[in-house]
Write a protein that binds this ligand. Structure first.
Ligand code: SF4
Ligand code: ZN
Length: 146
C-alpha cells in the first residue's frame, strides 16, 4: 500500500496484518493469528480506502483489511460496525506490458499504452509465425482413371 492516507492510518508501520502463508492452515488459524489486529481498524477512518486498495475479494486476500479478517477473499470475521458501503473494489488490472494487460485495455475500451502495444505486436508476429509453420491442407484433384 502506497496511498497517501496510509501514513495516517492506525496500522501504519505495524505488522501482523497479513500472516505469512506457511504460518496458518485453516480460517480459524488465521483468525487467531491476526484477529487481534482488528482493534486497529476500529477507529480507522480509511476502511473503504483500505478495501479499495487491497481489493481483498478479487485478490483472494488473507489477513486484516478494512475492519474485516479475510481468508481467501472471504470475510471470516469483522468489527460489529462495518458497513457494506465500504466494500467497493475497483477492478483489478493486469500489469501493463503483458498479454493480459493488453487485453485489459481492449476490455475497458482504452487506447493501449506503449508497452502493451509492443506486446500486442509481438503476439501478432508470433501467431503469424505459428500459422506459417502449420502445414496447409492440399486439395488434390486426382483425375479418375476410367
Ligand atoms: S482499515 Fe485497518 S488495515 Fe485498513 S488502513 Fe485502517 S487500520 Fe489499517
Ligand atoms: Zn498497458
Amino acid at each position: 500500500m502506497t496511498a497517501s492516507w496510509l501514513s495516517r492510518a492506525p496500522c501504519d508501520g505495524l505488522d501482523g496484518f497479513t500472516p505469512s502463508e506457511d504460518a496458518w492452515e485453516t480460517a480459524g488459524d488465521l483468525k487467531r493469528l491476526c484477529g487481534s489486529r482488528l482493534g486497529y481498524c476500529k477507529p480507522c477512518p480509511f476502511r473503504a480506502e483500505c478495501i479499495a486498495v487491497v481489493k481483498p475479494a478479487q485478490a483472494m486476500f488473507d489477513g486484516v483489511a478494512g475492519g474485516r479478517v479475510w481468508c481467501n477473499g472471504l470475510v471470516i470475521d469483522a468489527l460489529d460496525d462495518v458497513s457494506d458501503d465500504e466494500l467497493a473494489e475497483p477492478k483489478l488490472r493486469a500489469t501493463c506490458g503483458t498479454e493480459a494487460g493488453a487485453r485489459d485495455h481492449n476490455r475497458y475500451g482504452e487506447r493501449p499504452c506503449t508497452s502493451c502495444r509492443q506486446v500486442a505486436r509481438q503476439v501478432a508476429a508470433r501467431r503469424r509465425k505459428e500459422r506459417a509453420k502449420q502445414p496447409t491442407q492440399m486439395q488434390l484433384d486426382i483425375p479418375s482413371v476410367a
